[in-house]
Design a protein around this ligand. Structure first.
Ligand code: CMC
Length: 431
């Protein structure tokens, strides 16, 4: 078959340039622009990478128009319903769902690394108790590179694997420690006999003075939340991890960079912002006022938990979470959750509004997750830290994919310079 190409014509010179088209297994084709600068002497301009593929990847497929999300071909709805989070981690890292033996071996491999170095406790004590969980998480995860020197050689696949396991295994411990530190409780050590999700909930909510019990339904919901956040192809934080990794920085530093990027309210910080927004709205009667503000271009207010760069349809993760929210609320004995009622009504009104319909703005993953997490007992400030916990496997898997991709080189975008042209230097006394 002949190679498909696109031809660009420079109107000024009439010169034609031809570029090959690359085809994936699904989704839009891609024009290979690698030779563009060499051939034309020009750069392409695409702030926010709205039309730019930065890599090829086998991990995650999203069809934003249809609201589809798949990891290695498996629908997110099936993974959320049937898999434990470590199974999904294995899938993202190895490309296949594990069989029984592989599942057990992987669990053991993770369990070897659930504790953190004792000195990390001293590190925690350097933070203010009222520090934001993401500030502590960013610092502590970055600091792991100061503790685990046997997993810093990124050219060694064994060390990369060890670093990956360490990050996935230690994130629940670190996230739970962040919470415990903020409320002044003693840290709870991991218990490897429990599932990943239950172990995390125990480290977060149990106290040495009392017996620990948690409803299996709540554990299942926690597991589901981790699965739904596991990976989402080349979003801002994942691209940050890849860009940091492209300079051959160590994996702990790269994941700390990802955590920093996730923190922003346009990205993972939105789950926290949604709850603040719902609290501010306060009552159904005030929804029209906030919808009006969201549509006003002179008002910076946006409907948090709404809209997505890729999804122009209902985010499939939001659908799963909306359905789970009721289960968790009932299980936690919450008969009527005013925030849930408010969120459902806000969604209903927004989805009927021309502004949102025209722009295809639907609820995203952050819209309902906060309501579930709040019902479980997490403070709002922990929400984004939980997103980071779940997303760590995606960051790690994407980083590994990049490290073994021969085509990848240091990420180095170019620019359109619009500053001053060359001018004569003016000495201080003449300025
Ligand atoms: N409320 C009101 N208007 C919105 C919203 C919103 N939440 N989102 C987008 N718009 C409007 C926007 O003003 C623009 O209108 P116009 O065409 O008239 O200028 C149009 O919709 C397109 O928006 P955009 O800003 O060009 O889209 P983007 O792809 O650059 O931004 C987004 C995507 C997620 C940053 C944005 O939708 C947003 O800020 N949403 C609220 C924050 C949020 O929920 N973030 C979580 C994203 S999903 C999970 C994650 O990534 O962590």
């Amino acid at each position: 078959m002949t190679q498909r190409t696109v031809t660009l014509t420079d109107n000024a010179t009439g010169k034609e340039y031809e570029f090959p088209i690359m085809e994936g297994t699904e989704g839009p084709d891609v024009v290979d622009m690698r030779a563009f600068y060499k051939d034309t002497g020009m750069f392409t301009y695409d702030p926010g990478f709205t039309s730019t593929a930065s890599c090829d990847s086998t991990l995650t497929f999203i069809d934003g128009e249809k609201g589809i999300l798949r990891h290695h071909g498996y629908a997110i709805e099936d993974l959320a319903e049937h898999c434990s989070f470590p199974e999904v981690c294995f899938l993202l890292l190895r490309g296949e769902l594990p069989n029984h033996g592989q599942k057990e071996t992987f669990k053991d491999e993770i369990n070897n690394h659930t504790m953190v170095h004792d000195q990390i406790i001293s590190l925690f004590h350097g933070f203010r108790r009222d520090a934001h969980p993401m500030a502590i998480m960013c610092g502590v995860v970055g600091a792991l590179s100061a503790f685990y020197h046997d997993s810093l050689d990124i050219s060694d696949p064994d060390q990369r694997w060890r670093a990956s396991l360490r990050l996935i295994a230690k994130m629940p411990t670190i996230a739970a420690m962040v919470y415990k530190y903020s409320i002044g409780h003693p840290f709870v050590q991991p218990n490897n006999e429990l599932s990943y999700a239950e172990n995390f909930l125990r480290m977060t909510f149990s106290v040495p003075a009392a017996r620990w019990y948690i409803s299996p339904k709540v554990v299942r919901a926690m597991n589901k939340i981790f699965v739904l956040h596991a990976d989402h192809e080349q979003n801002a934080s994942t691209s940050t991890v890849r860009l940091a990794g492209s300079s051959q920085a160590n994996p702990f530093a790269c994941i700390a960079a990802g955590i920093a990027s996730l923190w922003g309210p346009a990205h993972g910080g939105a789950n926290e912002a949604v709850l603040r927004m719902l609290a501010e709205i306060g009552h159904k009667s005030r929804i029209p006022e906030f919808i009006k503000r969201a549509k006003d271009k002179d008002d910076p207010f946006r409907l948090m938990g709404f809209g997505h760069r890729v999804y122009k349809n209902y985010d499939p993760r939001a659908k799963v979470l909306r359905d789970s929210a009721r289960d968790v609320l009932t299980e936690m004995g919450v008969i009527e959750e005013p925030l849930m009622e408010l969120a459902l009504e806000l969604e209903r009104i927004a989805l009927e509004d021309e502004y949102f319909v025209e722009r295809k703005l639907f609820p995203n993953v952050d819209f309902y997750s906060g309501i579930i997490l709040k019902a479980m007992g997490f403070p709002t400030s922990m929400f984004t830290a939980l997103f980071a916990l779940g997303r760590t496997v995606g960051w790690v898997a994407q980083w590994n994919e990049m490290m073994s991709d021969k085509v990848q080189k240091i990420g180095r975008p170019r620019q359109l310079y619009i500053g001053q042209k060359s001018r004569d230097f003016v000495p201080l006394e003449k300025r």
